[in-house]
Design a protein around this ligand. Structure first.
Ligand SMILES: NC(=O)c1ccc[n+]([C@@H]2O[C@H](COP(=O)([O-])OP(=O)(O)OC[C@H]3O[C@@H](n4cnc5c(N)ncnc54)[C@H](OP(=O)(O)O)[C@@H]3O)[C@@H](O)[C@H]2O)c1
Length: 243
């Protein structure tokens, strides 16, 4: 009997959930619980961490899971590592639904950096107006560069004071459109964008807008994840499930 655990929190996971529901596949959608009002899914949902590799392995056995689909964000590396280890431990098949990273095209002014610390350094000493499009969790990495003015885009209003003295938060949930991002960048007089190389369509608008405005982008490379089977489309994953 097929019973799927879908590790979610992304646009791709929502598309995967729709396909599983439409095909009548028995599946559970898992959210980490980072956002206050996660998007409703057409599958039963569970929320919260599993308790590391051991917790996930125990969950897989207790819930009678047969297949795991890791459709988490490419920067949710801890969850992805845990999934690889737990599935190896219990001998369950795992597939990752992962977007291609973005590639620079003509007119792009991208600087690739390996991590957050390098992104901070790439901004330099002189104060700049920065669109810091990295979500809420890693903002403190930029506390060491308080001279810049930061524009943040967050899913939920911040409940704690921001760790950055000169920051404005715009509350919005993707997917985003180029026209809206162009207007935002112009209105806030943004000089440079810092983003994670997430890939996918939902967050690409800011890069298209940056190209149009000839703005530089500091793009953070993806963290390393152990080797696993990877699919690029929902259809590939359905094929892997034999559907
Ligand atoms: N990182 C990003 O930039 C980003 C962007 C957009 C969306 N997201 C989504 O936000 C969630 C958290 O991302 P993160 O970067 O904080 O992850 P992470 O650092 O890889 O994960 C930290 C811990 O959070 C729990 N966790 C993460 N994803 C989970 C899921 N889908 N279901 C249940 N538990 C989960 C796990 O806890 P236990 O060890 O206790 O199991 C994991 O060890 C993910 O669902 C991801 O897809 C992340």
């Amino acid at each position: 009997m097929t019973r799927v655990l879908l590790l979610g929190g992304t646009t791709e996971a929502a598309a995967m959930a729709r396909a599983l529901a439409e095909a009548g596949v028995d599946a559970v959608y898992s959210y980490a619980g980072r956002t206050e009002a996660p998007v409703a899914q057409p599958l039963p949902v569970r929320v919260g961490g599993f308790g590391g590799v051991a917790g996930l392995a125990a969950y897989l056995k207790a819930e009678g899971i047969s297949h795991v689909i890791d459709a988490t964000h490419p920067f949710a590396a801890q969850m992805s590592r845990n999934a690889v280890e737990a599935c190896a431990e219990v001998g369950f098949p795992l597939i990752a639904l992962e977007r291609e990273p973005w590639q620079a095209g003509e007119g792009d002014r991208w600087t690739h950096v390996p991590d957050l610390a390098a992104a901070v350094a790439a901004l330099g000493e002189a104060p700049r107006r920065v669109f810091l499009a990295i979500g809420r969790q890693n903002l403190s990495a930029f506390a060491g560069a308080p001279q810049h003015h930061y524009l943040l885009r967050l899913v939920d209003p911040p409940i704690e004071p921001l760790p950055l003295p000169h920051a404005e938060a715009v509350i919005a949930r993707g997917p985003f459109e180029v026209a809206g991002d162009l207007a935002l960048l112009k209105d806030r007089r943004i000089e440079v964008i810092v983003a994670k190389n997430a890939g996918g369509a939902g967050a690409e608008a800011k890069l298209v807008a940056a190209r149009e405005l000839k703005l530089p982008v500091v793009l953070i490379d993806r963290p390393l994840v152990p080797e696993r089977r990877v699919a690029r489309t929902v259809g590939e994953v359905m094929g892997w499930l034999g559907r």
